[in-house]
Design a protein around this ligand. Structure first.
Ligand SMILES: [Zn+2]
Length: 66
C-alpha cells in the first residue's frame, strides 16, 4: 500500500488511515489530507474561527509560491 503524507507544506508526517480534510485551513484539493496532529493543531481551531498564527500563514504562503 502506498504511503500517504500530510498535505500541510510545513509538515512531513506520514498519514495513518484516511487522514483529515484540511479545509478550511489550506486551499487544498478534496483528495488532500492532513495528519492527526495538524488536524488538531491547525484545522480544528480554523474551523472554530480562531485566527491562524502569522507564522503559519507566512509558511504556507511561502510554500505555495513554489
Ligand atoms: Zn501534518
Amino acid at each position: 500500500m502506498k504511503k500517504k503524507y500530510c498535505s500541510n507544506p510545513i509538515c512531513n508526517n506520514e498519514i495513518k488511515g484516511v487522514g483529515n480534510n484540511p479545509q478550511p485551513l489550506l486551499n487544498l484539493k478534496v483528495t488532500d489530507s492532513v495528519c492527526d496532529s495538524c488536524n488538531e493543531e491547525y484545522v480544528i481551531p480554523a474551523r472554530l474561527g480562531e485566527p491562524v498564527s502569522e507564522f503559519l500563514k507566512l509558511m504556507i504562503l511561502g510554500f505555495q509560491k513554489n
